[in-house]
Ligand binder design. Structure first.
Ligand SMILES: *[C@@H]1O[C@H](CO)[C@@H](O)[C@H](O)[C@H]1NC(C)=O
Length: 585
């Protein structure tokens, strides 16, 4: 009797304590909140992060690629003269209601250089970083163009940025050519000069505007909901496949954090889910043009060092939104995100799947939001790394990997399992690692189907939309789409490198035979059968039906043996040694 009474009191006490969180929150040391009055601390913090997780391409090559350090640099409204190089596992975010509220007026401003000066490596491994919500006046003269450089590949989104001059998505340092680049994502870009893709093999550009116009990526450029369209083209002679779709469908911008100019009071902004908003940048000088829900940080829990999944789930249980601080979390159970709840990572916060075999995250609530996270397989069998089971869930800048910093992980069924209807996936990269960190700091190539993962994404929900989808090196189909009403705007996939047979019986994208309504815009399937002369029959496989439409697709032979015989079903030429690209127009 007595004991029961005690525990009940304790429970009540705990509930009331954690229901109201402090505002400002207590930020762990992996988060730096800068204001114009703390500007003296900025350069040393940035330099330290960049020396751990980055470095100049002239003096280093992909330093920090598998680092365990994570950083978020958050800037309160004001003007900053700092130049901010962005290395691996680093996020730079302005905290104004509008990107115009945080201004970088240094010559380089916020920028990402290619990770490696050797042009054949260039930006190819320049992954896992992000920058968002600011205005840059950068006027640096780079080898080609003047302004901001963001020379990255996948999992390195640039969102809601005003660029006064040019925006360069690649970098030339020295030697025969500009560094290779395999991106990428840009949205909400309002560019005064030109957008130059240079060596970018493929790129997704959404809800943006450019006074100087958009250039063209090499093989596959997809432009959705932009103000000012680019020229469409399709075919090897025409110089690639480029799709421009004016009407954007269902979309919600990513949740983000705002504060006052002293960095004292914090608010979580949750942008509304919209159906077909107007083309162009989604904000003006006052903030987002669409509706938002504002949440005082009294209702937001910021994870603290040492928190595990039990602590985080308790907070979710109480109805709090969660900001996952930069760090690596070895989960003991799935994080369960309920109705309209937000799970927002900072600084590429990394969740390692629990040993139970359950996903890192289950988005089970209607309208929940999962953003800015890196989901990673652990050394045990796991069904999926993310399960979306609720309807109208929006997944933004969530990346997954099987292998990389470690080997001996998996097997994983599918990195993403999408069962909920109306799901929006806004930029992802699902990577079964082709290389992992070796003991001596050198990359080690993955062979023999190690770190097994069957699929990148399996969609069973209806009316699922993906903008900026990339899935690489899975053992079977990179993406399986079984749900009706699917829309894919930009897809990039690489077939596994370490296949050992003759015919790889799968495809980069398989739309179920029974599916009657599916539209894909700009779908790319690339082969590098490194370890055998493998052949894939079709990059993309679909059933029949008038409602199944693929608008521009490309096969690319990157290297190795074998190749891909058809682009979509039995249409399109084959790619192999000597024939690099083939298109379905
Ligand atoms: C998917 O969209 C179609 C067309 O708008 C609609 O009829 C259908 O009910 C939707 N499905 C679900 C499960 O919401």
């Amino acid at each position: 009797m007595h004991l029961k009474f005690l525990s009940l009191t304790l429970l009540t006490l705990l509930t009331s304590v954690s229901a109201s969180q402090p505002n400002p929150p207590s930020w762990p040391s992996s988060v730096k909140v800068f204001t114009t009055s703390t500007s003296s601390d900025i350069d040393s913090a940035i330099t330290e992060a960049y020396s751990n997780n980055g470095g100049s391409p002239l003096t280093s090559c992909n330093n920090g690629q598998f680092s365990s350090s994570r950083y978020a640099f958050l800037f309160a409204p004001g003007t900053y003269n700092s130049n901010v190089p962005v290395g691996f596992y680093t996020q730079v975010a302005g905290m104004g209601r509008s990107p115009y509220d945080v201004v970088f007026d240094g010559s380089k401003g916020v920028y990402a250089e290619e990770g490696c000066g050797d042009f054949q490596v260039g930006s190819l491994d320049t992954f896992w970083r992000s920058a968002e919500n600011f205005h840059t006046k950068s006027n640096e003269a780079w080898a080609v163009g003047t302004g901001m450089t963001w020379a990255v590949s996948q999992a390195a989104p640039l969102r809601n940025v005003v660029v006064d001059n040019d925006l360069l998505f690649f970098e030339y340092t020295y030697g025969d050519a500009a560094g290779y680049a395999s991106g990428g994502w840009g949205s909400g870009l309002n560019v005064g000069g030109e957008v130059v893709y240079g060596s970018q093999q493929q790129f997704m550009t959404r809800s943006s505007a450019s006074k100087g116009g958009f250039g063209t990526p090499v093989w596959n450029g997809v432009f959705v909901g932009n103000d000012g369209e680019m020229e469409e083209r399709c075919g090897t002679e025409e110089g690639g496949g480029h799709v421009s779709v004016k009407d954007i469908g269902r979309i919600a911008e990513k949740p983000f954090i705002v504060t006052d100019e002293n960095g004292e009071v914090f608010t979580l902004i949750i942008p509304d889910l919209q159906e077909s908003p107007a083309a162009g940048v989604p904000y003006d000088e006052k903030g987002l043009k669409g509706g938002v829900t504002e949440v005082d940080f009294e209702n937001v829990y910021v994870t603290q060092e040492g928190d595990g999944s039990k602590e985080i789930n308790e907070m979710l249980d109480q109805g709090l939104h969660i900001v996952v601080s930069p760090g690596i979390y070895n989960l003991e159970e799935s994080l369960l995100v309920g109705d309209s709840q937000v799970l927002l990572g900072l600084g590429l916060a990394t969740l390692i799947a629990p040993s139970s075999g359950d996903p890192c995250v289950i988005a089970k609530g209607k309208g929940s939001r999962v953003s800015d996270l890196l989901l990673e397989a652990g050394p045990y069998a796991t069904s999926s790394l993310l399960l979306v089971s609720g309807d109208d869930v929006v997944v933004t800048d969530v990346f997954a990997r099987v292998g990389g910093p470690t080997t001996g992980v998996g097997p994983v069924g599918s990195m993403f399992d999408i069962e909920g209807s109306g799901t929006v996936v806004d930029n992802t990269w699902l990577w079964r690692a082709d290389h992992v960190a070796g003991d001596d700091g050198e990359d080690v190539l993955v062979r023999n189907s190690d770190n097994e993962c069957k699929n990148g994404m399996v969609v069973r929900g209806e009316n699922v939309t993906a903008y900026g989808l990339a899935s690489e090196h899975t053992i079977e189909d990179n993406v399986v789409w079984e749900g009706e009403g699917g829309r894919v705007y930009f897809y990039q996939a690489e077939i596994m490198y370490d296949f050992l047979g003759d015919e790889w019986e799968h495809s980069c994208l398989r739309v179920g035979d029974d599916v009657e309504d599916f539209k894909g815009f700009g779908l790319g399937c690339y082969s590098y059968f490194r370890d055998a002369d493998g052949v894939a029959v079709s990059g993309v496989k679909t059933g029949g039906g008038e409602g199944v439409v693929v608008e521009k697709a490309v096969s690319v032979f990157l290297n190795g043996g074998g190749g891909i015989e058809n682009v979509v079903n039995d249409d399109g030429l084959s790619v192999k040694e000597g024939t690099q690209t083939a298109f379905h127009c």
